[in-house]
Design a binder for this molecule. Structure first.
Ligand SMILES: Cc1cc2nc3c(=O)[nH]c(=O)nc-3n(C[C@H](O)[C@H](O)[C@H](O)COP(=O)(O)OP(=O)(O)OC[C@H]3O[C@@H](n4cnc5c(N)ncnc54)[C@H](O)[C@@H]3O)c2cc1C
Ligand SMILES: NC(=O)c1ccc[n+]([C@@H]2O[C@H](COP(=O)([O-])OP(=O)(O)OC[C@H]3O[C@@H](n4cnc5c(N)ncnc54)[C@H](O)[C@@H]3O)[C@@H](O)[C@H]2O)c1
Length: 473
């Protein structure tokens, strides 16, 4: 058995979130050991955000050029799939993590490559990738930043065949002629469009509507975008079984006599759950199920254990996980210094306050959906006295942007204090509008003051003015 080494903070998982947590505690003067079983940088860098956006961006750029008379005539070719895949490979650094390892080392963080698990209170064991064993004792904290894993649907036949998860789709080296996507959430919708634009004939099967968490108007615009790309949308459709036939084709048998969808590849994108299995949580009396964490990420009943990012299961988004990591790191440093007792004040640096009602998110389809804060339904369910104002995006900036610009925007307003609770924008490139709304929501800016935030002419941001006018300002 290796000798026990004592460090201030042990972080299990070196995805974007674990890296940020480690950086924050080291900046605060504590020592940190970061443990990673696969690639430093995690899912987002190699199999999720970066490669999926790299697959989507060329198609959006092409459509942008095709949507303006003058440049439209200059577009004489379709997407060059090989060039798109090559560019995607650059964004994933060819699945090599040297640059991220350099960053970790330069940040003063010790990295151990291997698989880690808890063996008791504050104790972590690591089976090193080099065959060695490490036993660590954490003086101040252990942070679980182990990410999430795909949730397989209970589809008869699935376990017996080879199929794509999002990892295989985002790292694909060829474009299948026919692709079936099973699951109508964010991953399925984005990747269906990416592969359709790369030349696949795509069928998307979803048990409900697409992207059910967004307003109907937003969903309809995205569905129209996918259909324009030739995606065959089979919505409100379940499947009874799946198999690969003698020729290797995937046959997905739809329920209620819906027929069989035959394709070359099947992408299953039916959600993810926190990666907590095999982490030794049982050794400290916890189940490897969703953990309950407070505003600093601290696990209920354990004053030394924290979970952040996908592992915490609050919000499965990179930017929000990194925000959690910054808050958690700040709280750990303050607790170690004896300057924080109990919970930090809301909106102070050690609190994850924005998780409650101020989370921004973008669906990178074409058109995009960019949304922050509470939806109308969430606000009502929370007992808030709310109203909404919405309209198609039709301003000078949008008309200039594309000849047939189609977009939609909505504000959700707290009627008691006349502030913004949420906003949704749909349209080409609206992601870049989102931060203005995030600032308004986080800042709880009164609408009367927002009225004085004058949008530049002629930009798509002018939709803010139209929304406030429609509201009655
Ligand atoms: C297809 C797809 C596209 C996405 N696109 C976006 C997007 O555009 N924007 C966005 O904000 N989010 C996006 N997401 C979500 C985003 O990828 C995740 O929220 C993010 O990766 C979570 O980061 P994390 O550090 O918590 O976990 P991860 O990135 O999963 O990192 C966890 C790390 O821990 C390691 N690990 C796990 N267990 C152990 C162990 N026992 N010992 C040692 N190491 C361990 C893993 O190897 C992994 O590297 C996307 C997700 C998918 C699937
Ligand atoms: N642009 C982005 O920020 C981005 C992109 C992709 C993924 N993500 C994140 O990654 C996470 C995972 O994405 P995802 O698309 O896999 O999950 P998701 O939760 O967004 O969607 C899962 C979909 O699968 C369906 N589903 C679940 N179980 C099913 C079953 N048994 N049979 C049929 N359908 C079933 C659900 O109804 C849902 O439509 C998301 O929570 C999201 O936060 C973010």
């Amino acid at each position: 058995m290796a000798q026990t080494r004592t460090v201030d903070v042990v972080i299990i998982g070196a995805g974007a979130v674990g890296e940020n947590a480690a950086d924050k505690v080291v900046q605060g003067g504590l020592s940190a050991v970061l443990i990673e079983a696969e690639l430093v940088g995690g899912e987002c860098s190699y199999w999720a955000c970066m490669p999926s956006k790299a697959l989507l961006r060329p198609g959006a750029a092409l459509l942008a050029a095709q949507s303006v008379a003058g440049s439209r005539e200059a577009v004489t070719q379709t997407l060059d799939a090989d060039a798109v895949l090559k560019r995607r490979d650059e964004f994933t650094s060819h699945w090599q993590d040297d640059s991220q390892v350099s960053w970790v080392e330069n940040a003063g963080i010790e990295l151990i490559r291997g698989h880690a698990w808890l063996t008791g209170e504050r104790s972590v064991e690591v089976a090193g990738n080099d065959g060695g064993t490490h036993v660590l004792h954490a003086t101040h904290a252990v942070i679980l930043a182990t990410g999430s894993v795909p949730t397989a649907p209970p589809l008869p036949g699935l376990a017996d065949i080879e199929y794509w998860g999002t990892r295989e789709a985002t790292s694909a080296q060829t474009v299948p002629d026919r692709l079936t996507v099973f699951g109508g959430g964010v991953s399925g919708t984005e990747l269906a469009q990416a592969f359709a634009r790369l030349g696949s004939s795509v069928t998307l099967v979803a048990r409900g509507d697409l992207l059910t968490m967004y307003p109907t108007e937003a969903r309809e615009l995205v569905k129209a975008g996918l259909r324009a790309d030739g995606v065959d949308l089979r919505l409100h459709t379940s499947a009874d079984s799946v198999q690969r036939n003698a020729g290797g084709e995937v046959e997905l048998v739809l329920s209620e006599g819906g027929g069989t969808v035959t394709s070359d590849e099947l992408l299953v994108s039916t959600g993810r759950h926190p990666a907590l299995e095999g982490l030794g949580l049982e050794s400290i009396g916890l189940e490897p199920k969703k953990l309950t964490t407070d505003t600093t990420g601290r696990v209920a009943g354990k004053d030394w254990l924290y979970a952040v990012g996908d592992a915490a299961g609050k919000v499965l988004l990179t930017h929000q996980g990194k925000y959690e990591a910054r808050a958690t790191g700040t709280a750990i440093v303050a607790r170690a210094a004896g300057t924080l007792h109990g919970d930090p004040a809301p909106w102070s640096a050690g609190a994850q306050t924005a998780n409650d009602g101020a989370v921004p998110n973008v669906v990178f389809t074409d058109p995009e959906i960019a949304s922050v804060g509470l939806s109308l339904q969430q606000a009502r369910d929370g007992g808030r006295n709310v109203s909404e104002v919405s309209l198609p995006i039709a301003v000078a900036g949008s008309a200039l942007y594309a000849d047939d610009y189609k977009g939609w925007a909505q504000l959700v307003i707290d009627e008691d204090d006349k502030t913004l609770l949420g906003a949704t924008f749909v349209g080409p490139d609206v992601a870049e509008l989102l931060h203005s709304a995030t600032i308004a929501v986080v800042g709880q800016v009164p609408l009367e003051r927002l009225w004085h935030a004058v949008p530049s002419y002629p930009t798509v941001s002018e939709v803010w003015l139209r929304l406030l006018e429609k509201y009655g300002l």
